[in-house]
Design a protein around this ligand. Sequence first.
Ligand SMILES: *Cc1c(COP(=O)(O)O)cnc(C)c1O
Length: 419
Amino acid sequence: MTAKRPPWDLATLQRIAQTHPTPFHLYDERGIRENARRLRAAFAWSPGFREYFAVKATPNPYILEILQQEGCGVDCSSLAELVLVDRVGFRGDAIMFTSNETPAEEYAKAKALGALINVDDLSHVEYLRTKVGLPTSLCFRYNPGPLREGNAIIGKPEEAKYGLTRPQLVEAYRLSRSLGVRQFGLHTMVASNELNPEFFVETARMLFQLIVEIAEELDIRMDFVNLGGGIGIPYRPEQQPVDLAQVGEGVRQAYVDIIERAGLHPLRICMENGRVMTGPYGYLITRAIHRKDIYKQYVGVDACMANLMRPGMYGAYHHITVLGKEDQPNDHTYDVVGSLCENNDKFAIDRQLPKIEPGDLLAIHDTGAHGHAMGFQYNGKLRSAELLWREDGTVRQIRRAETLDDLFATLDFSGLKGA
Ligand SMILES: *Cc1c(COP(=O)(O)O)cnc(C)c1O
């Protein structure tokens, strides 16, 4: 089993916690950069390859800037994300807009930024045309239905709300071409947190095949294909990371077999990963504040489900390291819990850990994607700060913690009798 350990020791985290009270998410810049370079290298054979980072995973301008410097674009799914990437300086085809049930104002913003618009339904061609005006370039999201199995987070494709069926897809390209669209893309996203590299190669094969069929049926040449995101990460210590080089090489072979053979080279390849880009390089640092023995043994920490929803929402495993006790035996069984009045506010259930005392610092692993981003304020819980551990070993606060003033900012006390 690989020892899963954060890149910081107890003394370092204690020092950081002196100026930045727990809980906070801490991101490792070097880890993010090195991984982005691995993905680029895996697709170096494909001119124009681009990863469009799924902004929803970690919507923080500093993280987006790091990925921008590593050559990534951004995949947005909402108005707020479009506004955010605009402010970071992403423009034009460095932005993909993949949304569903999209309001007209969001399409308008995407079009104004020159983003590549990825359409989720046939009816949206007309919606876009009448509300916003069609852009010259359009991408469509394919839902393969029973052709692919999907997986636990995204579910079975035929039960997923996303995308167009095969016949609708053909109609969408035909219609949008007749309305003046000149550049086309094809997209799918059928899995999330998938650890089998072959899954992504199979997805590429399916899309390449479809591109050949559409070229034959409609004489439409696709400009780019977006293989989606969904590359998984080893949340559990016994799991292995996806070998990105293997994914790149498998997709290359499929490209040669299908796209080149059909004379459709060059075709630009994109992905829109979130989790694998930042997930393993973020940690939720929290302090044990209570211990409680009833029918089970509990460790209460100062973070709660509002800081990291995945365990409560999906029953997801997040590894926990007790700082300074890395080499002690895991001879205690704890539920590690937060303070929300919900019994699923548990970061770990029946976890084997070293003996924990109030005051101990805990690192909850793999919170760099879909961690802080999924936070909420139920129970009046405040979202924590986000910190960046830079390559030079300095720490920068890249988002402050929320305050009670933030929480109450939308309330109106002025009409109360007692006010
Ligand atoms: C969430 C999402 C992604 C990113 O998924 P990961 O599992 O984080 O890689 C990519 N594309 C779309 C359309 C999404 O909704």
